[in-house]
Design a protein around this ligand. Structure first.
Ligand code: NAD
Ligand SMILES: O=C(O)C(=O)C[C@@H](O)[C@H](O)[C@H](O)COP(=O)(O)O
Ligand code: ZN
Length: 353
């Protein structure tokens, strides 16, 4: 996989001008969702760089990360003259960069694309590393491809219009990056004052966080080994997210990951000795900021069934990424059904349900 250019922008206009120049193209397309079309596209258009761009707009959020939406993007590209040499700019959160990236990867077997992430989650995680795709059959990212953007341009000024829930959703992936990297970064994240955001400090944290992801992706772009570290909290998190979607009470991806981290830190403690005090501090932060995802023990089999679809699994065993300590990563860890149910008991008890 080619190495991706990731830029923490000083001037988005300058960086975008350069990124477009690096991708010779015959026609330019820009994909937004209904919110980023209103909130983010106007400032980008002021630069004049998009004056000839064809705009494509899709519905917002994960309920639209579907085959139907993907087909609508393919259709817009096809009917509005896109060729193999066209360029797509994805302007939005992780839903837009995942779906737009997959549209670019598959249209005429692949066209160039640039990601301009506009949520915290997309800046530190989704826009980087080449995982693209859609949800399918009630399962997260069931269909997709590894296809990195030519450039990723991070402009943290977009974060000023983000609501609190989406701020914390992205922050959960940052916390994951803290847990898999080092104690200093993890502690800095637990101590950040989210009640009155210092955007300069946030920009610095975004830079550190995305660097954690870039370093891992560079070592293992196709997730044969160490990239599984980036999936900490996701074996359970994706199961919660899929169950919530099936029950018509969707939860934000980062919230599901945060609750998944609660479970998987417990499993880490149980199986590989993750320190109890660091587990307690992390879980307290999650309880304070993410509330709780509720379910009773009658749902354990369903949660387990969703986990059997995790992409890290091999030959019928459920696979987790666990931690011996902060930054001490154990991939390919398995747990039997009884242990997984014990983990869910722990989650419900410590979250007070
Ligand atoms: N490919 C990867 O490596 C990767 C990593 C993590 C998550 N993901 C995926 O990313 C998706 C979640 O991404 P997300 O959290 O960005 O959600 P999202 O894209 O659904 O955006 C959340 C909401 O914020 C709005 N929004 C976007 N930018 C805004 C801004 N600047 N101001 C105000 N509102 C804004 C959106 O319109 C949407 O309503 C999930 O589908 C998840 O599976 C992918
Ligand atoms: O980049 C990765 O690798 C990740 O696992 C990042 C995750 O935060 C992200 O949610 C990713 O989309 C999960 O991928 P999946 O392979 O478990 O669907
Ligand atoms: Zn994630």
């Amino acid at each position: 996989m080619s190495k991706q250019e990731v830029i923490l922008c000083e001037s988005l206009e300058t960086s975008l001008g350069r990124a477009i120049e690096l991708c010779p193209h015959d026609k330019l397309f820009v994909l937004t969702d209904e919110h980023t079309q209103r909130l983010c596209l106007p400032s980008l258009k002021e630069s004049g760089l998009l004056k000839d761009a064809v705009e494509i707009c899709i519905g917002a959020e994960d309920i639209h990360k579907t085959l139907e939406t993907l087909a609508s993007v393919w259709m817009a590209l096809s009917t509005q003259g896109a060729t193999r040499h066209s360029l797509l700019i994805n302007l939005g959160g992780g839903m837009v960069t995942d779906l737009g990236g997959f549209a670019a990867a598959t249209f005429k077997r692949g066209i160039s694309y640039i990601n301009i992430p506009t949520t915290l989650l997309a800046m530190v995680d989704a826009s980087v590393g080449g995982k693209t795709g859609i949800n399918f059959n009630g399962l997260k990212n069931e269909i997709g491809a590894f296809a990195p953007a030519n450039s990723v341009l991070i402009e943290t000024e977009f974060l000023r219009t983000l609501d609190t829930h989406n701020f914390f959703s992205g922050y959960a992936e940052m916390l994951k990056h803290g847990l898999i990297s080092n104690t200093a970064h993890w502690a800095e994240l637990l101590n950040f004052d989210s009640s009155s955001i210092d955007y300069a400090a946030l920009k610095q944290l975004v830079g550190q966080s995305v660097q954690v992801k870039e370093d891992i992706v560079e070592q293992d772009p196709f997730e044969h080994g160490i990239r599984k570290a980036l999936n900490l909290g996701h074996t359970v998190g994706h199961a919660f997210e899929s169950m919530a979607l099936a029950e018509n009470r969707p939860v934000l991806h980062g919230y599901a990951v945060a609750w998944g981290i609660v479970c998987e830190l417990y499993l880490s403690h149980l199986k590989v000795g993750f320190p109890k005090e660091k587990m307690r501090q992390t879980i307290q932060f999650i309880k304070d900021n993410y509330g709780v995802f509720t379910f009773d023990c009658k749902k354990y089999d369903q949660v387990y069934a969703f986990m059997t679809h995790d992409k890290k699994n091999t030959s019928g065993t459920i696979n987790f990424t666990l931690l011996k300590d902060i930054g001490d990563i154990c991939i390919n860890q398995t747990a039997d059904k009884d242990t997984i149910f014990e983990m869910l008991d722990f989650y419900r008890e410590c979250m007070g349900i």
